[in-house]
Design a protein around this ligand. Structure first.
Ligand code: ZN
Length: 139
């Protein structure tokens, strides 16, 4: 249920409850919503808030980013990783180890590692990060 603050064309303010916004729209369109004071059916929504805050800005319920926002962040992070690293493919575990041991110069690289190889690298104190998968395309 939604409570709408309504106003007629004579500037009478009143409240009414509707199942949802579609119901209000349908009833108002068919002129089934009338002002209790003057019976005018020229009724418009004054505001949709239950009268607590006068701010027109909708308040976020939580600080959790929306799924779309998370997908965007992952996409950006992935793009950054792709732009800043060199793909060494299956040589990744070997090259990372060589860098760790100072055999070759440090460089940002990415590539494939089997779960065993990744585990072995982490156990040897070599920090590696998974590249996030491509997020699903937005419709
Ligand atoms: Zn009225």
């Amino acid at each position: 249920m939604i409570r709408y603050a309504l106003r007629c064309d004579q500037d009478h303010d009143f409240d009414m409850w509707f199942a949802d916004s579609d119901t209000f729209d349908a009833l108002a369109r068919e002129k089934h919503v009338s002002c209790p004071e003057c019976d005018s059916t020229a009724v418009t929504k004054a505001l949709m808030a239950p009268g607590v805050a006068k701010s027109k800005k909708p308040q976020a319920m939580t600080n959790t980013p929306a799924p779309r926002e998370i997908a965007r962040m992952i996409k950006e992070y992935r793009a950054k990783v792709m732009a800043e690293t060199t793909d060494v493919g299956s040589k990744f575990p070997e090259q990372v180890r060589d860098m760790h041991e100072g055999i070759i110069d440090q460089a940002p690289i990415r590539g494939q590692a089997t779960p065993e190889e990744a585990k072995s690298l982490v156990e040897d104190g070599i920090s590696i990060l998974p590249v996030p998968p491509e997020p699903p395309k937005e419709n």
